[in-house]
Design a protein around this ligand. Structure first.
Ligand code: ATP
Length: 437
């Protein structure tokens, strides 16, 4: 066991206060229950890399579930996903932090009869099952040894040298999903996959081990990739390693998609700096930009693989033609009535507008129209609302909705300037469309 005390200060400095408090609480609780407790895995790696920590992995040498119950109670959090068989549970804190708690294997023996090491060895065994050395570090959080780093496999050195290294030669064969994880961490942190690890990774690919994975696991992993800062780099890597062809012939990746991903990200950054726009799910943005130019059958098949609903698939299926039509209209330099700008832009979600902006040529004109749309048009409301229309004789239903849209369009074009004018317009609209009321 290698214990590095000099790391304590760094760890304490990098942990945000609310997490630090949680760790102190967990450590004291473990002391009172007389068990050893460690922070492990990705959270330790991220700490050492001074990255933001969004969730915590704790390993208890002892009964992890009993500990998780006590921790949930202490933190007034919620206990979720208790798996007795695996000795794992999740505690959700009141401020939304996810804490995974697991029991370290107690049946580990370094070699038969090596009883004195049994407790630490069980942590070691737990860590030895992990994917890469950078993910196999632990920090003790019991009060007395709080912040002591346990580094059995030289993970710290690999972090310093920016290396992704497996812990044993059969790692990719044991669990081929690690092939994707290696690429994901390599690209996320700008690390390189260590030479022998890469050779073994390539061998596992050539030997067809990816085919042994369930499609659910692969899709979940591709989804994780779509959440990475630069998913296109991960996909390029998968392409070069001939991994796409082992996943599904439907999943195509090429330079055009690579460029689209970058353009979409840049468009998002630009638009959100210029406009008052909502936050988005990048995963959804990338997925849509990956799919929207494909033929409908491919969109349907891939969309289903990725868990999209029929409605979402239909929207993506028609997106390309809708975008092309809207671009033609919205990029004319001549005058365009406000109602038309509104009608064209409001049919798209913000994610679709990002794609629109990414693929359009005349970006300046488009931006000016997006600006008025977000600054003025989305906030503008007719004087009359649904209840007012019901008061005027409308029945709740599509006609009422259409009338509200028409009111808004006319107001956008300054054709309706007062409540009285709107009432007159609505009554006329109702009498002209009586059959549909
Ligand atoms: P991320 O920041 O992407 O969430 P993470 O390392 O926290 O990265 P998780 O999937 O949450 O990833 O897994 C937590 C820990 O569990 C990892 O750090 C690693 O130690 C271990 N782990 C996860 N998946 C595997 C796997 N397939 N094989 C071995 N160990 C794994």
């Amino acid at each position: 066991m290698v214990v590095k005390k000099e790391i304590i200060t760094k760890i304490k400095r990098n942990i945000p206060n609310h997490i630090l408090q949680l760790l102190y609480t967990a450590g004291e609780l473990a002391d009172s229950l007389n068990v050893k407790i460690f922070m492990v895995g990705g959270s330790v790696r991220d700490l050492l890399l001074s990255q933001y920590i969004s969730d915590l992995d704790l390993v208890v040498e002892g009964d992890g579930i009993q500990f998780a119950y006590a921790l949930a109670k202490e933190l007034k959090g919620i206990l979720k996903r208790v798996h007795r068989r695996f000795g794992t549970a999740v505690v959700m804190t009141v401020d939304g932090l996810r804490v995974d708690v697991a029991s370290a294997r107690t049946e580990f023996y370094e070699h038969p009869g090596a009883l004195p090491n049994v407790k630490f060895s069980s942590l070691k065994q737990d860590l030895f099952r992990r994917d890469f050395t950078i993910n196999a570090l632990a920090v003790k959080i019991n009060r007395r040894d709080f912040g002591v780093l346990l580094d059995f496999f030289n993970g710290l050195e690999d972090i310093k040298n920016k290396k992704i290294r497996i812990l044993h030669n059969s790692s990719f064969v044991d669990d081929p999903i690690r092939i994707f994880r290696a690429i994901r961490f390599e690209q996320r942190f700008g690390f390189t996959i260590e030479k022998q690890t890469e050779e073994l990774l390539k061998l596992a690919v050539i030997d067809g081990f990816i085919k042994r994975l369930s499609s659910q696991r692969i899709i979940a992993e591709l989804m994780h990739i779509l959440e990475e800062p630069k998913p296109e780099e991960c996909f390029n890597r998968l392409l070069k390693l001939n991994i796409f062809e082992q996943i599904s012939p439907l999943l195509v990746w090429n330079e055009q998609f690579y460029d689209y991903f970058i353009k979409a990200r840049e468009s998002f950054k630009y638009l959100s700096s210029e406009l008052n726009v909502p936050q988005i799910s990048f995963k959804q943005l990338y997925l849509q930009i990956w799919l929207f130019k494909m033929d409908y059958q491919s969109i349907e098949k891939i969309g289903k693989m990725f868990g999209l609903s029929n409605k979402e698939i239909d929207r993506i299926g028609s997106l390309n033609s809708r975008l092309n039509y809207a671009i033609r209209k919205l990029t004319v330099s001549s005058y365009l009535p406000n109602s038309q700008i509104y009608a064209e832009l409001s049919q798209f979600s913000f994610i679709e507008q990002i794609i629109l902006f990414s693929i359009a040529d005349k970006k300046e004109i488009l931006l000016s129209r997006l600006k008025v749309y977000y600054d003025k048009f989305v906030h503008l409301k007719p004087n009359l609302n649904g209840n007012d229309l019901i008061g005027l004789g409308f029945k709740p239903g599509p006609l009422l909705g259409k009338c509200l849209v028409e009111l808004k369009k006319n107001k956008l074009d300054d054709k309706l300037t007062s409540r009285e004018e709107e009432i007159r317009f609505a009554l006329e609209f109702l009498s002209q469309n009586k059959d549909g009321a």
